[in-house]
Design a protein around this ligand. Sequence first.
Ligand SMILES: [Mg+2]
Length: 142
Amino acid sequence: MHYFNVLVVDDEEDFLETIVKRMEQRKIDATGVRSGEEALDLMKKRSYDVVILDVKMPGGMDGIETLREMKKIQPITEVILLTGHASVETSIEGMKLGAFDYVLKPVKLEELLAKVADAIQKKDSQENKIRSAQINKVLRYW
Ligand SMILES: [Mg+2]
C-alpha cells in the first residue's frame, strides 16, 4: 500500500532509472518519464502528490514551460525542481511560478526525500483547507 505517489521527470536516463529504483526500494510509488510532454500526458490521467522536475531538458518543453502547464492541470500538486549550478536562476523563476523548492544536482537522495516529505505535508494541508472551506460553504453559509 502506498501513501503517496511521485512523478520524476528528467531527460538523463541513467539518473532517472537510479532515482526511481531507489525510491521504489523505499516503497515509494514512483514513476519516471524523460520529457515534459510525457509528464503532462500522465498528469491528465492520474493525480500525483509530488513531481520532481528537471529544469534543463533538451528539445521540446523545458522545465519552466512544463511547470506552467502542470500547475494548470494539477494546481495543488507540489513540484520540486532539479537544477544545476548554472540554472539556479531558472529555479528561482520556477518558484515564483509556484514550484515548492529546488534541489541542486548532483542530487543527494536524503535531501531530496526530505523535500518530498515537506512538499507532501504542504499539499495535505492545502487539501484540508479546501475541504474545510467546502464544508463551511455547505453547512455554515447557506
Ligand atoms: Mg537535464
